[in-house]
Design a protein around this ligand. Sequence first.
Ligand SMILES: Nc1ncnc2c1ncn2[C@@H]1O[C@H](COP(=O)(O)OP(=O)(O)OP(=O)(O)O)[C@@H](O)[C@H]1O
Ligand SMILES: [Mg+2]
Length: 286
Amino acid sequence: MSEPKIKIEGDKYKAKDRVRADRTDELYKDIPEGGTLMTIKDLRVVYRTDDSETVAVENFSLDVKKGELISIVGPSGCGKTTILRCIAGLLQPTEGKVMIGDKECTSPGSDRGMVFQDFALFPWRSVVQNVEFGMEVAGVPKEERRERALRYVKAVGLEKFADSRIHELSGGMKQRVGIARALVMHPAVVLMDEPFGALDAQTRNIMQETLNKIITHSARTVLFVTHSVDEALYLSDRVVVLSKRPSTIYKIVDVPWPRPRDRAAPEFTELRKKILSYLEEQNVME
Ligand SMILES: Nc1ncnc2c1ncn2[C@@H]1O[C@H](COP(=O)(O)OP(=O)(O)OP(=O)(O)O)[C@@H](O)[C@H]1O
Ligand SMILES: [Mg+2]
């Protein structure tokens, strides 16, 4: 397959600003750890077709602090992907807005790195070339971007497959390429849509550990959608529990424990039960 021309619309950070394009986390160094980095205000999303109208998200507001990992859990189809797509600038909300620092996000930009539920990789590129893509657009010199890409390919355990084509990979391996591709760009905010959903239990645990290390060492700000309450509690600083559709915030649960966490600890089990009961309340009220 030959490579089509790809144009990234709306990315304000072009090649000449490459330090910013491939390190947008540095744009916000004046905001202290724990200060508000991203504000989501009164988000409302209505999908309209010729004969129907679906309100997917209603009245969704959230302040995301710099360096925190927030998990979003909620019933299937409640609007989690829709929220992430609005933040990524891939979908225009019907009402409301998303701000990072003092900049409103209305189109995709390299300050938001997204790991997609369905991978969204370039099939005509190898593993390492997929991870290099954003840096290529940002104009990072070849040697530097290859070195950085290989580091992240290794971090997700794919060094033996760096030159493989995407169709030669399993679903879980593809997802790991997507994760490396997003993280290598050091975006101000990382958006992850069920990034570990396609992984087997063992790889999932390894990837949770890897993400834990990455966020602990480099203070990443992450919004993480998952179906697993266990995973949410293991990784996050806060867990946002959504209502059934149209999704709005039902509860926000603080997770106060230091990392790494012990899944077998009584307080872990206790909080897991509590969040599961919140989810149950949303499912049975349908
Ligand atoms: N492009 C679209 N056009 C019309 N309706 C849509 C569109 N995308 C999503 N929807 C609807 O909006 C609602 C929310 O969808 P969304 O994909 O955001 O849910 P989700 O919480 O991510 O689901 P899952 O847990 O299954 O991934 C669903 O009812 C879905 O059918
Ligand atoms: Mg989804």
